[in-house]
Design a protein around this ligand. Structure first.
Ligand SMILES: C[S@@+](CC[C@H](N)C(=O)[O-])C[C@H]1O[C@@H](n2cnc3c(N)ncnc32)[C@H](O)[C@@H]1O
Ligand code: SF4
Length: 474
């Protein structure tokens, strides 16, 4: 499809965006507030001790938990990144961290009654391949030895391109393969060298393409990630990226709208950049256009949005780890600095401080320092937010997770209201976002937040019928 036609197709979405602002769904200044990974947001978690955190918790009868491991090292710090990571760490620092991680696995195993049994695994960061070959091998060895891998179906690694190229890159890929890793998510972010440079990425376009080729050649299911709405992007250079992206032959492509404000504890430098370079930022309208261009352009190449913001040719290519987390709401444990565990009705959050992390582990304790046990009302909101945003709500499943029928839940009046505005549809078994609701999924599920957890004040939203404060006032 040519550029003019693609851009013409975005007009309706821009109108929808203005409608969302008028209704009070989208912020009136166009600022993006992501919603739905954690509910309540992690900035609201109080300090909590072990007994309080695990009181009444028992692992599910089948003993499964998915597993996330955080390796907090990177080669450079990207300007858009709010993830906790250290760059340019020494090999000694990394050795020390891996040693602590192994001990943490032993402690967690005991807490879970003797074994860690994952269905799906995600090793992320940071850049979990920003390790020497020896360190990577050591990690994979103790990690797989400490898990019961008999039911493991998907072993994911979140990687960045610079660690997958050249001789060492091939060496790392071989190791991953040897230990059963079957799916890679590579953070490409952009195929434009000027923008990659502005992002302070550790790779350029040529290296990005080499990493994708290496991953595909070695038989990994390959997912690539991009950001839109970033400084330096225009409709035209975004179109140039899209044309190349669809030709890369990866199973999956993911698109993230740039988040400027931190949604966790750490603020990336992009906020400072925006304040000092406002003219470099694409307008909210152009950002909406970039998003709609993804849908229209990728459709022609057989890619469909099969999980929110995830485009695949086959449904089965989506991440099982993400599906289990967002749609099934299964238990998952998090290991490593800042990792979180989601255990039925609670979140456990590991410390972001290296010293505290080492100290707790050396004392035989899990390294968390904050957490949140949801009461029934918070559980009803959480169990709607994640599946609705990413997939859809199955009423029977909702009842299993919350103990109540969704028709009697605290959020049902909001669902009724959203139906009036063509954002949600309901039948006797499911509740789903419409196409328009799905396009504004973060904002729509943000309407299920208790007013005390809405990240921005009331004045950020027009006083329309779907203002999140008005909707949720008790
Ligand atoms: C865990 S992160 C980083 C993965 C890996 N370290 C990398 O940089 O390639 C996963 C993805 O989130 C997206 N992301 C990170 N920060 C973002 C931000 N501020 N706004 C939007 N997307 C972001 C990026 O596409 C990134 O690849
Ligand atoms: S985006 Fe990835 S590579 Fe860049 S600093 Fe964040 S975690 Fe590291």
């Amino acid at each position: 499809m040519d550029f003019e036609r693609l851009v013409n197709l975005t007009e309706q979405r821009v109108k929808d965006f203005h409608e969302m602002q008028n209704l009070g769904v989208h912020t009136n200044n166009g600022e993006f507030i992501p919603a739905g990974v954690h509910y309540p947001p992690i900035t609201h978690y109080p300090k909590i001790d072990y007994d309080e955190m695990f009181k009444g918790y028992k692992i599910s009868d089948d003993g499964f938990t998915d597993v996330y491991v955080h390796i907090p090292f990177c080669q450079s710090k990207c300007i858009f990144c709010h993830y906790p990571s250290r760059y340019n760490s020494t090999d000694e620092e990394k050795d020390k961290y891996l040693e602590a991680l192994e001990k943490e696995m032993h402690i967690y195993k005991n807490v879970l009654g003797g074994s860690i049994k994952p269905r799906a695994i995600l090793i992320g960061g940071g850049t979990p391949t920003d390790l020497t070959l020896k360190q990577l091998s050591l990690f994979l060895e103790f990690f797989t030895a400490n898990c019961d891998m008999s039911a493991m179906r998907q072993f994911n690694y979140d990687v960045s391109p610079s660690t997958l190229i050249g001789k060492d890159g091939i060496g790392r890929l071989k190791l991953l393969k040897e230990f059963g890793v079957n799916r890679l998510t590579i953070g490409i972010q952009s195929l434009n060298d000027e923008i990659l440079n502005l992002m302070n990425r550790a790779h350029n376009k040529r290296e990005a393409l080499e990493s994708i080729k290496n991953s595909l050649d070695m038989g990994f299911q390959t997912n690539i990630e991009f950001i839109y709405g970033h400084p330096g992007q225009t409709l035209k250079n975004w179109y140039e990226d899209l044309k190349q992206i669809v030709e890369l032959g990866t199973e999956e492509i993911q698109f993230y709208r740039l988040k400027i404000e931190a949604y966790g504890d750490q603020q990336g430098s992009i906020k400072y950049y925006k304040t000092h370079n406002p003219t470099k930022m694409p307008s909210p309208e152009d950002t909406m256009r970039m998003k709609q261009m993804v849908f229209d352009y990728l459709k022609e190449y057989g890619y469909t949005e099969n999980l929110r913001r995830v485009f695949t040719k086959k449904k089965s290519y989506i991440s099982l780890y993400a599906y289990n987390q967002c749609c099934m709401l299964y238990d998952q444990i998090g290991l490593g600095l800042t990792a979180f565990s989601s255990l039925r009705n609670r979140f456990v959050l590991n410390t972001p401080d290296f010293n505290e992390y080492y100290e707790r582990i050396n004392n035989g304790l899990l390294p968390f320092n904050r957490g949140y046990v949801r009461n029934s009302e918070a559980q009803q909101r959480w169990a709607a937010i994640l599946p609705l945003k990413n997939y859809f709500i199955r009423k029977q499943h909702y009842k299993k997770v919350t103990g109540i029928n969704i028709e009697n839940s605290i959020i049902y009046p909001v669902i009724q209201k959203l139906k009036e505005y063509d954002l949600v549809v309901e039948d006797d078994k499911t509740i789903k976002l419409t196409e328009k609701g799905g396009f504004f999924s973060d904002e729509v599920v943000g309407l299920f937040y208790d007013t005390k957890f809405i990240p921005k004040e009331k004045s950020y939203f027009n006083n329309g019928p779907l203002n999140p404060y008005t909707l949720n006032e008790k």
